[in-house]
Ligand binder design. Structure first.
Ligand code: 5GP
Length: 114
């Protein structure tokens, strides 16, 4: 599999601002933020889409959500509210085929989303 842009960022081939990193997961600021806080929580394992998740990835996804929760608290957006999003495939707006959880906050969000 060709290295995704996120794997290249993880390997420090491409610069990004890291917010978090452990042995399985890292988080970076989005290069084109859609809200005052827009952070991507990304597994180091390069899984193309949520459709490719395997049963053994269940814990990884749970950990990504736990990290998003912690970052939201740290950024001061937990009480006002924030949005967590996985875009799955082109029809939902996925552009980078290495799964990532968007953490968006710092403004009011409409529902339903566009
Ligand atoms: P998707 O559209 O796949 O759900 O989200 C991909 C996200 O990655 C977009 O919000 C886009 O702005 C972000 N992104 C794409 N390329 C880069 C990059 O090189 N660096 C960073 N930090 N974010 C990127």
């Amino acid at each position: 599999m060709e290295k995704s842009i996120f794997t290249r960022i993880l390997e420090r081939e491409i610069p990004a601002t890291f917010e978090y990193e452990d042995d399985e997961i890292f988080a970076i600021n989005d290069i084109a933020p859609k809200a005052p806080t827009h952070i991507l929580i990304i597994p180091k394992k390069q899984i193309p889409t949520i459709n490719d998740l395997q049963p053994e990835d269940t814990g990884l996804i749970g950990k990504m959500v736990q990290i998003a929760k912690s970052i939201a608290k740290q950024k001061g957006i937990a009480d006002d509210g924030y949005r967590l999003v996985f875009n799955v495939n082109e029809g939902a707006g996925q552009t980078v085929f290495h799964i990532h959880l968007h953490l968006l906050g710092g403004r009011i969000f409409n529902w339903p989303p566009g």
